[in-house]
Write a protein that binds this ligand. Structure first.
Ligand SMILES: Nc1ncnc2c1ncn2[C@@H]1O[C@H](COP(=O)(O)OP(=O)(O)OP(=O)(O)O)[C@@H](O)[C@H]1O
Ligand SMILES: [Mg+2]
Length: 277
């Protein structure tokens, strides 16, 4: 089982869109995928319709220290399940703050049998601000994925936020939780911005972290297909399996991203119905 946490110290960069679409594609590719909505604003929880809601969600899992079957809802995408965010009053972060094990609570909960034995991949979405729930989600991951949006977030701002996050959580490794490598994805890039110069700026800025941060080759462009698919509540690879013109389709972009993050999937594809040819 591999666990990814999609994180950024900035809000609105595309975390939820990326988590939902990557999760749905991985499920269509045949993986058993569990999404975890670790944002008190439950956008991921509402992204895809549920065919079988659960009586509980993230609060029960974190407070109880275990993800039991009744915390897991099933989405209409086959093979894609979710632990929903069920904390409209935002009580979970202050509860966590009082706990000495706050950083590890989610990590331990995800070691439950109901997760380990049933899923190949866990994808955790986080809130776009610093807090104990974001820290717990970061410490639960094997790999961190961080969208960086060139229009609103320069490489330098990204570096400062990420450095602060890594430096704050680095001491946790003394307690047995090593921070996963962070993979930046240049995200929502428009045609006026040169991805290569942004990518090399980020790489240079992070040289002193000795490879802890890398920039993925796959760039996710700004495209209306992502918004349209979100409105229709369908995975973007099914919504835009192909397109005219020089830009790759959303399906192709998401496939490349999945292959880059999980190289053993390289070459596996699904069509617009989510079926493998
Ligand atoms: N590749 C894309 N091209 C164009 N628009 C996009 C793309 N990806 C996401 N968006 C849009 O950008 C907006 C923000 O995306 P999203 O909600 O995923 O960000 P977020 O990082 O999860 O935000 P928050 O920090 O509030 O949780 C949404 O309106 C979404 O539809
Ligand atoms: Mg979000």
């Amino acid at each position: 089982m591999i666990k990814f946490t999609v994180t950024s110290t900035k809000g609105g960069v595309g975390k939820t869109t990326l988590t939902a679409n990557l999760g749905a594609l991985l499920a269509d590719l045949g993986l058993r995928v569990l999404l975890v909505d670790a944002d008190v604003q439950p956008s991921l929880s509402k992204y895809f319709p549920l065919c079988s809601p659960a009586p509980a969600g993230l609060t029960r899992a974190v407070v109880g220290g275990e993800v039991t079957a009744d915390c897991i809802a099933h989405t209409v995408v086959d093979g894609l399940d979710i632990v929903v965010s069920d904390d409209p009053q935002g009580q979970l972060p202050p509860w966590l703050l009082q706990r000495i094990d706050r950083g590890f609570r989610l990590r331990f909960a995800l070691q439950s049998c109901a997760v380990r034995e049933r899923y190949d991949c866990v994808l955790i979405d986080t809130q776009g601000s610093i807090g104990p729930l974001q820290d717990a989600a970061v410490l639960a991951a094997d790999i961190l994925v961080s969208p960086i949006t060139p229009e609103i977030l320069s490489a330098r701002e990204f570096r400062d936020g990420t450095m602060e996050l890594l430096e704050r959580l680095e001491p946790s490794s003394a307690l047995g939780a090593t921070l996963g490598p962070l993979k930046a994805v240049i995200y929502r890039q428009d045609r006026t911005i040169d991805a290569r110069s942004i990518a090399s700026g980020i790489r240079e800025d992070f040289i002193r972290l000795k490879g802890r941060v890398s920039v993925l080759d796959t760039v996710v462009p700004y495209a209306k297909a992502y918004k349209e698919a979100a409105t229709l509540r369908v995975p973007v690879h099914r919504h835009e399996p192909a397109r005219e013109g020089p830009m790759p389709s959303a399906s192709m972009v998401m496939h490349r991203l999945a292959w880059e993050l999980i190289p053993s999937l390289m070459g596996l594809e699904v069509d617009g119905q989510g079926r493998r040819p």
